[in-house]
Design a protein around this ligand. Structure first.
Ligand SMILES: Nc1ncnc2c1ncn2[C@@H]1O[C@H](COP(=O)(O)OP(=O)(O)OP(=O)(O)O)[C@@H](O)[C@H]1O
Ligand SMILES: [Mg+2]
Length: 312
């Protein structure tokens, strides 16, 4: 598969401090890629470096095969910066018109394209209002409309839902999936686990300016995934070795609550299958989704352990 974004040990620090170091990644076509990390982990620095707004300290990167920092690398790119302030004396539509001018959208196509993006971000009927009168959520929606106006192949969204209410977040999520279904690549910066979880195919987890782990989202979550199963306690079945990793609590009302540590996605169905094959009644099956902090800490600790092993 073609690599839409590629970086090799890309580093951007501010006079040797902060920023982000040594990121090597490859983002395939037609996916939503999550760049997940807590505040100050270097997400915005990374995206701004990819877009040529910051000069790399070392390493290199390519967007659609073009070296970062070149005009060519930005031609088919859309970008929603974080906490961006738009000229608020303009109306939403005027802002889009000025963006259309900047990205040299052919004049005959502008009117239709502006109507399209306004519709896509759910601002139809409100685009003629002045930005000064927009709520934070409306500003963020207009910002998104600007980011996708030139029908880019790659869209960088830096915390696109930070100002949005739950409905707005859902709208943006659907917009990202819509773009992906159109074959676009979306690079999403976020510190929100559920946001990344619900739309991203692949993720990188960054922490204190370093890449901690990357891979398909489901695989990373499995690191700490558990399932709780409540069964009839009267039958004590010996567990096969693949289910050894568990805790078992006997409950008063004649039931047993099991907590299984999962190693792969298919474990849940194997557990259910095993119990029912042994005539054990199952009353409840509840997946336990790990918290963002736990996923972080798991991988951060893992990384420290690996570093220790490497040093031996
Ligand atoms: N212009 C700058 N000058 C000096 N240090 C900076 C600058 N911009 C960012 N940093 C530092 O680099 C680190 C990464 O910041 P960055 O804004 O890239 O993180 P982030 O992951 O986007 O955080 P957030 O979730 O808060 O947006 C932080 O320690 C920050 O203090
Ligand atoms: Mg940021």
């Amino acid at each position: 598969m073609m690599s839409i974004i590629q970086t090799n040990s890309l580093t951007k620090t501010y006079n040797g401090k902060g920023g982000i170091s040594d990121v090597t990644l490859s983002v395939g076509e037609g996916i939503v890629y999550g760049f997940l990390g807590p505040n100050g982990s270097g997400k915005s620095t990374f995206v701004r470096t990819l877009l040529g707004l910051l000069h790399p300290t070392s390493g290199d990167g390519y967007i659609l095969g073009e070296p970062i920092g070149t005009t060519k690398s930005r031609e088919q790119v859309g970008y929603l910066p974080e906490l961006f302030r738009y000229p608020d004396w303009l109306t939403g539509k005027q802002l889009l018109e000025s963006h259309a001018e900047l990205c040299r959208l052919p004049v005959r196509k502008r009117k239709k394209r502006i109507e399209e993006v306004v519709e896509l971000v759910g601002m139809t009927g409100r685009e003629n209002g002045r930005i000064s009168g927009f709520s934070k959520g409306m500003s963020q929606r207009i910002g998104l409309a600007c980011a996708i106006l030139n029908d880019p192949k790659v869209v960088f969204l830096d915390e696109p839902t930070s100002a949005l209410d739950p409905i707005g977040r859902k709208d943006v999520r659907n917009l990202m999936l819509y773009l992906r279904d159109q074959g676009k690549t979306v690079f999403l910066n976020s510190h929100l686990l559920y946001e990344v979880e619900s739309v991203c195919d692949h993720v990188s987890i960054v922490h204190q300016g370093e890449m901690v782990v990357q891979g398909p989202w489901r695989d990373l979550m499995m690191s700490d995934a558990q399932v709780e199963v409540v069964t009839d306690q009267s039958i004590d079945v010996p567990l096969p070795s693949f289910l050894k990793n568990h805790q078992k609590v006997k409950e008063k009302e004649g039931r047993t609550r099991w907590l299984f540590q999962l190693e792969s996605e298919s474990d849940t169905s194997e557990i259910i299958h095993y119990f029912s094959a042994n005539q054990v009644d199952i009353y409840e099956v509840k997946p336990i989704t790990p918290h963002l902090e736990d996923v972080f800490m798991h991988w951060v600790n893992q990384k420290k352990e690996n570093a220790y092993v490497d040093n031996q």
